[in-house]
Ligand binder design. Sequence first.
Ligand SMILES: [Mg+2]
Length: 432
Amino acid sequence: MYALVDGNNFYVSCERVFRPSLQGRPVIVLSNNDGCAIARSNEAKDLGIKMGAPWFQIRHLEKTEGLVALSANFTLYGDMSDRIMTLAAGLGPTQEIYSIDESFIGLHGVRGDLTRRAHIIRDRILRWTGIPCGIGIAPTKTLAKLANFIAKTAERKPGSYPEHLARVCNLAALSQRELEAILGATDVGEVWGVGPRIAAQLREGGIQTVLDLARMYTATVRRRWNVTLERTVREVQGFPCIDMDDVPAPKQQIACTRSFGRPVTDLAPLMEAVSEFASRAAEKLRKQNSQAGALQVFMHTSPHRAGQQLSRSVTVPLRRPTADSRLLAKAAADGMRFMYVPGFQLIKAGVFLMDLQPASVQQGELELEPEEGRDRTRLMAAMDALNGRFGKGTLHVGSTGMPGAQRTWGMRQERRTPQYTTRWDDVPVARA
Ligand SMILES: [Mg+2]
């Protein structure tokens, strides 16, 4: 049995924790520089704002609908992510982090009422961090993901699903009849691993709902499509058959994750591994002509072994978006050094590249700097070390101007909220 814990409109929720005035208002978070919506509050979704909508096409809503647009604050999101992951881990004996706000929790051997337990964890995450989550529980990861979708939809659109499935949806606790009614009311395109193209093909073949998909013959699926879809169908039927190593990377992320040949305990090989993963991911990044603004590193112990479990992740914001393998590898190694805890038998680690944007975006800014082919590796290393220790922007290139309020160019400074949880100067002060 698995649970999928997933933050609701995660980036927006992080912003709302420190600016409660944003509650109930349409809020979006923009990707750096290129200005597309990468997170939307429910109110913003209700305005019809699509994921990835360019800012210039929707900015009129600022005046007409009171839309609030913020620049992405990955330092804040990464830190909040770490907090919700730590609390989510309390749900079961194992945890696999899937993205910045999603993790699968293995519930093997957990006794008692799982639904109630999930509600307790959800309430705890909300109370301790301010982030609302949805939790889906089911016998397979694909169904847990679907259950999570149902939990969120039932909460957001009353009447779409039975009310008792809102926030926490445990498909395993339903009667066969109730389960079939729910799967029959859910579009086949909502299934994890069924992309828009395959969904269209399925619909053409008369497979409209998840229930239709669950009733397909796996042999037919393999013959007409492929083994990957066959596995998805088996998962929807309730037979676990996917490992985290072969699941698709979440949208807006490039992932490189591996299980190790044998458990690793020492820091040095772990740093090596994640550096390597980051360079692989960087290759994919360059292939699609993108650059990344932040990187997340994670590691965990084996879900299948006895002994103390550990699952940690850390998000490393990059000084500037890059597709440079060296910079990304270094960031990954730094992240690993930061979160490393000795004494655990780690069996898996990985790197996610986030805040993806077109590689062309930075051109204008890059020209400001004297780049005459000189090797500035050592200079950059010294700069990064100082900035890492004393705060972003402590040492910076003169032509980029003074950081802070004086800097007026670009969206980033204009719309980004403070680093509430990671920078002393930005820690909010409570007044009586
Ligand atoms: Mg989410």
